[in-house]
Design a protein around this ligand. Structure first.
Ligand code: ATP
Ligand code: FE2
Length: 321
C-alpha cells in the first residue's frame, strides 16, 4: 500500500509518499518577508505551490491507496488550504481520505525512524511544547505550555535582537560562548510557561552570549524536568525528542544526561523527520488506513485545536511489560 500525505499546518508545505519505506518527499517552505509567520500569507504560499509540491512526489497516481492530510492542530487558513487540496485529490483519484493529527504524526514517524517502542515524547516546535505518552488507547498529554510554544518564544527573542528567522540556530550558536545568569523558570505541576522567560531575556542587559546561553539552559531545563516526571509517573524508559527545536544539540545533551541518570534511552529521529514534513503524514495516514479508518468528506473539516488525545489510537496495542 502506498499513501500520499500532505502536511501544511504552518510554514512548511510538504508532500510525501510512503510505502514500506519513504518513497518520495518534497517540501516548499514559506519564508516570511519580515517578522514571524502571517497565517494568511502562509496559506497563500501553500496554495500557490500546492500543485508543484504534489506533482513532485506523485509520479504514479494509479498506485496511491489513499490521500492523508494534516487535519490539525495548526493555523486555520493553512489547514483549510491543505484540506481542500486533499479532498479534491482524493475525489479525483477516487481513493479514501485519511485525516491525521499533526502531533500524533510527529510521534509515529519518530517511532518508525528510531525504532523506539513506547516512549515519553517531548514535542518541541514553534507553536507546540508538549510531553506526551501512550496510555490506554490514547496519546495522553502529560504536560504542555500554558502560553507560547518554546520555538515561537526563541524566535520572538531572536526577532527583538534582529537575528534572522527562525531564531533557534543563531541563539544556539551564541549560547556556546555564554555564561549563566538567572532568568525566570516556570514549571507549574506538569505544565510550562515561557512568556515571562522570553520577556526577561529580551529586557536583560547582560552580554548577548550570556542571555542566549541562559535562555537555553532555563527553557530546556524546564522541558527536561517535565519529561523526567512523566517518565517516572508513566513508568516508561524511552524518551523520543521531536519537533524543530530537536535540532538543538544542547537540548539533546541535557535530555541525554537525564536519561542516563534514570536508566532510560533517548531517541532523536534524523533531521528530515524532526520538523514538520509530509512523510510523517503519509506514514501515519498509512497505518490509520491499514486499520480501516478513513474520513467521509463531510467529516474532513480542518480542526485548528485538534488535540492528540482526541485520536483513538487503534493501531497500537498495550506494550508488553
Ligand atoms: P509546529 O507547527 O509543529 O508548531 P513549526 O511550524 O514551528 O511546527 P518546526 O519545524 O517543528 O515547525 O519548528 C520550528 C522551530 O524550531 C522554530 O521556532 C525554530 O526557531 C526552532 N529551531 C530550529 N532549529 C533550532 C535550534 N538549533 N535550536 C533551537 N530551536 C531551533
Ligand atoms: Fe510540528
Amino acid at each position: 500500500t502506498k499513501v500520499l500525505g500532505i502536511e501544511g499546518t504552518a510554514w512548511n508545505l510538504s508532500a510525501a509518499i510512503f510505502g514500506d519505506e519513504l518513497v518520495s518527499l518534497h517540501s516548499n517552505p514559506y519564508q516570511p518577508r519580515s517578522g514571524g509567520i502571517h497565517p494568511r500569507e502562509a496559506a497563500q504560499h501553500h496554495a500557490s505551490v500546492m500543485k508543484e509540491v504534489i506533482a513532485a512526489v506523485l509520479t504514479d497516481p494509479g498506485e496511491i491507496a489513499a490521500v492523508a492530510f494534516s487535519q490539525g492542530p495548526g493555523l486555520g487558513p493553512c489547514l483549510r488550504t491543505v484540506a481542500t487540496a486533499a479532498r479534491s485529490l482524493a475525489l479525483a483519484l477516487d481513493v479514501p481520505l485519511v485525516g491525521v493529527n499533526h502531533c500524533v504524526a510527529h510521534i509515529e514517524i519518530g517511532r518508525f525512524a528510531t525504532g523506539c517502542d513506547d516512549p515519553i515524547t517531548l514535542y518541541v516546535s514553534g507553536a507546540n511544547t508538549q510531553v506526551i505518552g501512550y496510555l490506554n488507547g490514547r496519546y495522553r498529554i502529560f504536560g504542555e505550555t500554558l502560553d507560547i510554544g518554546i520555538g515561537n518564544g526563541l524566535d520572538k527573542f531572536a526577532r527583538s535582537k534582529d537575528f534572522p528567522h527562525p531564531g533557534g540556530p543563531r541563539i544556539e550558536e551564541l549560547a556556546r560562548g555564554g555564561g549563566y545568569i538567572d532568568l525566570p523558570y516556570t514549571v507549574k505541576g506538569m505544565d510550562l510557561a515561557f512568556s515571562g522567560l522570553i520577556s526577561a531575556a529580551q529586557e536583560s542587559r547582560a552580554p548577548l552570549e550570556d542571555v542566549c546561553h541562559s535562555l537555553q539552559e532555563t527553557a530546556f531545563a524546564m522541558c527536561v524536568e517535565v519529561t523526567e516526571r512523566a517518565l517516572a509517573q508513566a513508568g516508561k524508559d524511552e524518551v523520543l525528542l521531536v519537533g524543530g527545536v530537536a535540532a538543538n544539540a544542547r537540548l539533546r545533551e541535557m535530555l541525554q544526561v537525564m536519561c542516563e541518570e534514570r536508566g532510560a534511552r533517548l531517541f532523536v529521529p534524523e533531521r528530515q523527520f524532526c520538523g514538520d514534513n509530509g512523510a510523517m503524514i503519509a506514514y501515519t495516514g498509512k497505518i490509520i488506513l491499514e486499520h480501516g479508518v478513513t474520513l467521509q468528506i463531510e467529516d474532513s473539516r480542518a480542526n485548528s485545536h485538534y488535540r492528540a488525545d482526541e485520536v483513538a489510537v487503534v493501531w497500537r496495542t498495550e506494550p508488553q511489560k
